[in-house]
Structures are given as C-alpha cells and as structure tokens.
Design a protein around this ligand. Structure first.
Ligand code: F6R
Length: 611
C-alpha cells in the first residue's frame, strides 16, 4: 500500500542510494511506480519518478548526476487514485516546486480540497489525491509564513488515512513525517534520521526507533527530533530497540524472499516452542486478566483477511475441538455485519498488524465496548497497539508478498491457545497436554523433512504449470488448507484456483471436472480420511487429474492420483501446519516456471492499508 522513506544526515551517506535501498526494502508494499526527491546543497530539488519498478527508477537515475546533498524522500506506489503513470508517481509538488510530498494512504476529501485550491489559482499536474497536500501547505504558508503551522493546518483538514514525508526547499535541513492511520517509523541514527513505512527499511542503519502514533508529526533534523500532535503540543516518545537484525530482512542465498520464508518455517516454530512452552506447560495465558477474559466468554469471533483468515479458520477447528467454545470466522471487511455481544471475544489475526480492514474490525469491536485479543507478527504495529491483548507469532520480517511462515506461525499459536484454554476449562487433561507438547516438539523436524521433497514438487510443477485452472480440496481441519493452497497459487501465478470443502464438490463444482482439471486433494490420515477419499474418487471417476498430499504409505490415494506428495504422519490437529508446506512450494515453482514475479505479484501489495 505504498512505501515511503525519508533521510536527513550531515553528508556522511549518499542520499540517492540510501533512499533507493530503503525503497527496495519497501517495494513489497507497492510497485506500480517509484520516485525520489532530493534537495541538493544549493537548495535545488532533484525529482525523478517513473512508472514501473524501482529498477526502472534506478535506470532513469543513471542519467542524472546528483550533486552533494543531505536530505531526501522516496516512494514506491500501489496506485489508488489516478492511473499508473509517470505523472501520478510520487513525490508530488506545490505550484512553485518548493514543497515535495510522498504519501501512503487515501485522502477521502481530496476532490473538495482540490476544487478549493483550483479556485485559488493552483494548477495540478496529476490525478492523485496526494498532490492537494503540497498545494495546501503552500497555500497556508502564504498567510502564515510559518512552515510547521502550515503543515499542522493542512493535516487537520485531511480526511482519510495518511503517512507523509515532506520536504521544503526553504528548510533544507528539515524532514517532516506525519502519521494518521498509515504506519510511520522514525529511525534514530548517529547524526542522521530516517523515516520509513516499515522496520526492514531502517534495519541496515539503526535499531533505535520511535513508532509514531496516530495524529503525530515528527520534525527531523540530522541530530535532533521533535514529535508533536496535530495541535502542535510536544510529545515525549520512548525510543525502542528493535530485536530483528538486518540479516533477517535479506534474501541471503535464496532467489526469492518467498522461498527463504518457506524454508524458515521450522525455525519459526522452534522459536515459538521456546517462547511459549516451558516445563510441560503452555504460557500464552499467564496474564491473569487475559485468562479471565477468555474463561468468561462463550463465543469467539475471529476477524482477519486473506491468509490470516485461513489460519483463523484452522483456529476455529482447534478452539472448538479443544476448548469447546463456538467460534465464527469472518473476513474483516464483512465483520461489521455480524452480531457481537459482551459474551463474545473478538480476535484479530494479522501478519503486518496494519491491514486496514482488520484494524477497522478491531475499532468497531472496541466501540461496542468489547475487548480484543490479537495475534500479530509485527511488534508494535497498529493492530498490536490498539488491542487489549496481543500474542506475537515471532515469525520475523515477512517480505514476500505471499504469506507463508506467518501462516504456519499463526496456526501454531492458535493450537497452543486452544490447548491451553481447553486445559484451563477442564476439557483437556494433563496427559493430553503432555502428548501434544511432545508431538509439537517434533514439528520442526517434520517440516524439514517435507521441505526435503522440494525437487519432487518442482517436477510436479513442471508437469502442471501450463494448466490455467486448479481446484484444491480438503475436509475438516484441512478445508482451510485447500483455501490457502488455492490462494497461494492464484496470487503468485495468476492461475485460476479455487479451494473447496471436498464434500461440497457434489453440490455443484463437480460439473467443472474433466481431464483438463488438476485437482489437489489434501488428505492426510485424519478422522475425515475416508470421506475425503470418496470425494477424491468422485473427481477421479470424472477424469480429474489428482495431485494428492497424503500421509506416508497411503496406497489407496496412490491408486487414484497422478502425483502423490507424502508427508509424515502427524496428529490430526497438527496436519494443517505440515500439509500446507508442499502447497506453498508447488505455488512457488509453478509461478517461477510461468515467469511470474514471485515476490511481487501484479496488482496486489503486502500491506493493505486501505479499506
Ligand atoms: C496472501 C496474503 C494476504 C494477507 C492479507 C492479510 O498471501 O499475504 O492475503 O494474508 O492481506 O494481511 P495481514 O495478515 O498482514 O493482515
């Protein structure tokens, strides 16, 4: 949803390359166009912006000889208002080319503000909502002659969501950052300051950060900063040390972040075992208030989007089975239509912690007086901060647009939560807890053994990558695995893929099946094995080409499958964590073979900060 980056120093760093590297680390947020604005040491702007990827911007920059400079801003865009073009690329300027603005978010009242400014003689050069911001600051500065006040007046008139980085040629040592609903982080370096939409962009430079809260403005100079609210009142903010290290946000030897993140899954699960299991006990509900809250609720509604919702659906099976609490799951964007009462616990699940739909669901629940428990990856993200209780999934930075390691980490946490809650409620005994802890401890090895099948999966991808339709079928706790397998494939390979509850096929979709349809059947040994086998057989009889994910030594499924991917036999309630691994790899290899940009699929972005 657009990434913004800003830098101000004393000449110790090359501004152009610092911004470009920062943008590259934010490119997952949008890649329709990119641009930079630098003020050189003579007070002139160098503005370069291009439709396309950051690589296109870099190519364009080869024709520029950027003079010595100490300050600049950059942007990578996921288009919302205005088509993808050079003109609509950020930064955007005022009429006198004095103020440059980059923006992440949406200005809802921009048309009305634009008209007001046009009436005052401003000439616009783009179709974006962002451009009004530069013109409005310019307009206020005419009367106020106080730059900071002009920024404050402007941001108070904007409706919508925005994170901004602003430069003004008249103040060549000052970088301004503004936050309302879209994330913005300040990095505090040694004689230099950074602004970025996300932590990985700042990681190579400093681990000391300040997270701006809503309706805050940061005024940054190379060795000092001031934070104020939209009324200009100064605020005292705490500096935090980031735990992530710079390497975690590097691709390392992997060709793509997605592949690296798929391979990180054993390590992430190990990390969560270390953190949340000790002396034969789960530790998620140690907080007395959280425990009391959960024990007092008779219903849970999980609201999330995309992959996080699929993890939530697995969570529904787990919580209902172990803790016997009815659970509903909903797209965050549909959550506002549900009924929730004070006996309902609202749970939000989000990797980024910034998904606007999920944040809005959370805010709605809070408005209704309900407490919210969130399961989040990015520490101190908006969802984490606005929730009453947070459980972190400790997956480390996830940069590939297709979520992989966050998914298995979310399910792992939901499994821990379901077991702990079940134990506290008296539905699960100590022996069962001991059994599951010992099975969970095997998971990192089990996943590593599935990753070992990468070459076989690559071969299957080779065989099927030219098909334009896929169906994914699963039942029970692996129904969400089918949804997630289909989502992975469609989002990175642009193949039409549908995930279905296997038992639903006969109620309509079976009509689609002929010898041109690859059907991925997820059927490890579980209580619904036989039923899923029958559903798979119905597909086989109609000529569908079955690729099955099954437990080792399954001769029955082998007979009806063209390809078979074996996973080690694990307890039914652990199967979703294992059975998704081959599907992530299958999607990855198919997308690669089709020449798709795996880490940056078209039209989408990693963090969706618009409703
Ligand atoms: C798919 C994917 C998306 C996200 C969704 C929610 O691979 O990544 O479907 O899962 O946009 O994002 P978070 O979890 O950050 O709230």
């Amino acid at each position: 949803m657009c990434g913004i980056f800003g830098y101000v120093g004393k000449g110790q760093k090359d501004v152009e390359s610092t911004i470009i590297v920062g943008l590259e680390r934010l490119e997952y947020r949008g890649y329709d166009s990119a641009g930079i604005a630098i003020i050189d040491d003579n007070g002139n702007f160098i503005i370069v912006k291009r439709k396309g990827r950051i690589s296109d911007l870099k190519k364009a920059l080869e024709n520029y000889n950027i003079p010595p400079s100490k300050i600049g801003i950059g942007h990578t865009r996921w288009a919302t208002h205005g088509k993808v073009s050079d003109e609509n690329a950020h930064p955007h300027l005022d009429s006198n080319n004095k103020i440059a603005v980059v923006h992440n978010g949406i200005i809802e009242n921009y048309l009305e503000l634009k008209q007001e400014l046009i009436d005052k003689g401003h000439v616009f050069t783009s179709e974006t909502d962002t451009e009004v911001i530069a013109h409005m600051i310019e307009e206020y500065q005419k009367y106020e002659n106080d730059y900071i006040k002009s920024v404050l007046y402007t941001v108070k008139r904007l409706k919508g969501t925005f994170a901004l980085a602003i430069l003004n040629r008249e103040y060549p040592d000052m970088l301004i950052g503004v936050r309302k609903d879209s994330p913005l982080i300040i990095g505090i370096g040694n004689g230099e300051m950074f602004l970025a939409s996300d932590i990985p962009a700042i990681l190579p430079h400093t681990k000391r950060i300040i997270i701006l809260d809503n309706e805050e403005i940061a005024i940054l100079k190379s060795d000092k900063y001031q934070i104020m609210d939209f009324d200009g009142n100064l605020k005292n903010k705490q500096i935090k040390e980031i735990e992530w290290d710079a390497q975690m946000a590097e691709k390392g030897p992997y060709p793509h972040f997605m592949l690296k993140e798929i391979y990180e899954q054993p390590e992430v699960i190990e990390r969560n075992i270390d953190k949340y299991i000790r002396d034969g006990e789960f530790l998620l509900l140690k907080d007395h208030n959280l425990r009391k809250l959960l024990l007092n609720k008779n219903r849970i509604v999980i609201q999330a989007a995309g992959t996080s919702l699929h993890a939530g659906i697995v969570g529904r099976y787990l919580i209902e089975h172990f803790a016997k609490i009815p659970v509903d799951t909903d797209y965050s964007s549909e959550f506002s239509h549900r009924i929730v009462d004070d006996k309902t616990l609202v749970m939000a699940i989000s990797q980024s912690g910034e998904t606007m739909d999920t944040l809005e669901g959370l805010r709605l629940a809070k408005k209704l007086g309900l407490e919210v428990l969130s399961i989040v990856n990015v520490v101190d993200s908006s969802i984490a901060r606005e929730s009453d209780y947070v459980i972190y999934i400790n997956a480390g930075p996830e940069i590939g647009v297709a979520s992989t390691k966050a998914y298995t980490a979310q399910i792992t946490i939901l499994l821990f939560l379901a077991l702990e809650l079940g134990y506290l409620k008296g539905f699960v005994d100590k022996k069962t807890i001991d059994y599951y802890i010992s099975e969970i401890r095997k998971l990192p090895y089990v996943i590593s053994s599935v990753l070992y099948k990468d070459t076989q999966i690559q071969y299957i991808a080779q065989k099927f990558h030219k098909h334009n339709h896929f169906m994914f079928l699963g039942r029970g706790i692996n129904y969400p695995t089918a949804l997630e397998g289909a989502l992975k494939l469609k989002e990175i390979s642009y193949i039409h893929a549908t995930g279905y509850a296997a038992g639903e096929m006969k109620h309509g979709p079976l009509a689609l099946i002929d010898e041109n349809w690859p059907v991925v059947v997820i059927n490890p040994k579980t209580s619904v094995y036989e039923k899923t086998f029958s559903n798979a057989h119905e597909v086989y009889t109609r000529g569908g080409k079955i690729i099955s994910v099954v437990s080792e030594r399954d001769e029955k499924m082998k007979e009806i499958s063209q390809e078979i991917i074996e996973i080690p036999e694990v307890d039914e309630f652990l199967t979703p964590i294992v059975s998704i691994i081959p599907l992530q790899l299958l999607a990855y290899h198919i997308a690669n073979l089709r020449g798709c940009d795996v880490d940056k699929p078209r039209n989408i972005a990693k963090v969706i900060t618009v409703p």
